[in-house]
Design a protein around this ligand. Structure first.
Ligand code: EPU
Length: 353
């Protein structure tokens, strides 16, 4: 029988991160069966090495040319319905299942809910980590439980949604990044019901597609069209989607800013005392849209996306991101927080340990 994991040394990461940064990793462990994680972690070759899970590399910035540890890549990718009643089905998905393929898999099985999250790059196991969200929907709403290997307790665990601490682009997995390895997720998905077309552009897109009804499949198709038009394609210009989170600020500060900056978009946040600002708008107003520093650039297509136009390094992209944040801070007094995981440095500047 083939081993349940394999190790490779001094591995190029160029095709393993969507920024297409030319970084290398000391070691890459490819895991074919999550049951093998305890023996992988006990492997003598890995002792004392920093460990980090790398999925599709679509939400990570390698700030240095080398990761001097072991990256763990889960390749297990089956999905199955484990329970259902008249209204819902419970789907168990291995961490390595590609997210957008999963959206289609659920639609093919007559399930809905994930259609607004179509075309988000990455693996299913990464979805709960930053509680992926788009077009009015966050995945946390459908997550029943997340299966993990807990490196702190050296045991498997099943965290029900209440223990996952989901927030806007946030979860316990993001707050304690090296503690748990997500091995599978359980999604509770409806078989019928109204789709969510609350996001302003969705109804317009369905209308432009010939006045289509908002069925789950049509919503997925509309979301794919919007994303293809609005967001730069990582195959053309390396990127990790939104580079910053939309800032959450107090309602009082939002009112004050709106009176000073005409046309500033302000959105509801999860509590009445807070509001969400558009980081893209702030960055564009600060004059950064389309600006480049060598091959590191703020996308001309969408100001929230940093792009590698060819040979940019992670350090150059990080330096650009810091300049963007500093200028937004200066103009608006609002702090921008990066969305992707930054490896080998911290956003504030001091070298990570
Ligand atoms: N805008 C600008 N300049 C731009 C682009 C947008 O001023 O270059 C303004 C517009 O006023 C627009 C507003 O920003 O109305 C919001 O733009 P958009 O609808 O594109 O959404 P976003 O807030 O920039 C968020 C997510 C995206 C997600 C979209 C759609 C975050 C950090 N980003 O972007 O997620 O696809 O909403 O729901 O929450 C990602 O996380 O990687 C990602 C792409």
């Amino acid at each position: 029988m083939a081993s349940a994991y394999s190790l490779a040394w001094d591995v190029s990461l160029r095709d393993r991160n969507t920024f297409h940064l030319d970084a290398r990793a000391h070691c890459l462990a490819t895991v074919h069966d999550a049951m093998a994680l305890p023996s992988l972690l006990a492997d003598p070759a890995l002792q004392n090495l920093p460990l980090m899970v790398l999925g599709a590399g679509s939400n990570v910035l390698f700030a240095t040319d080398r990761f001097e540890g072991c990256l763990i890549h889960l390749q297990c990718d089956s999905a199955r319905i484990v329970d259902h009643d008249g209204e819902h089905a419970l789907v168990h998905v291995d961490a390595g299942f590609e997210w957008d393929a999963l959206v289609d898999w659920t639609l093919d099985h007559g399930l809905q809910g994930l259609e607004n999250l179509a075309l988000i790059p990455g693996q299913a196991g990464a979805a709960p980590i930053q509680n992926i969200g788009a077009y009015g929907v966050e995945v946390g709403k459908f997550i029943e439980a997340v299966h993990v290997y807990d490196c702190q307790t050296a045991a498997v665990d099943r965290l029900t949604a209440a223990r996952c601490g989901f927030g806007y682009r946030d979860s316990v997995f993001k707050r304690e990044p090296d503690r748990r390895i997500v091995t599978a997720i359980e999604l509770q998905l409806p078989k019928a019901g109204a789709t969510n077309v609350s996001y302003a552009g969705l109804n317009e897109e369905l209308a432009a597609m010939g006045g289509l009804n908002p069925t789950p499949r049509n919503v997925a198709a509309a979301v794919r069209r919007i994303r293809r038009r609005k967001l730069p394609d990582p195959a053309v210009a390396g990127n990790a989607g939104s580079f910053f989170k939309n800032p959450i600020i107090s309602s009082a500060v939002a009112v004050e800013l709106q009176s000073r900056f005409e046309g500033m978009p302000v959105f509801p946040a999860s509590t009445a005392a807070e509001r969400k600002l558009s980081a893209a708008w702030l960055i564009e107003q600060a004059g950064w849209r389309g600006l480049r520093d060598g091959d590191a650039a703020v996308s001309a297509q969408h100001a929230l996306v940093l792009v590698n136009l060819g040979q940019a390094t992670g350090a150059q992209l990080l330096a650009l991101a810091r300049r963007v944040a500093a200028s937004v801070q200066e103009k608006f007094g609002v702090a921008l927080e990066p969305e992707p995981r930054i490896v080998g440095a911290t956003f504030q500047g001091e070298r990570a340990g």
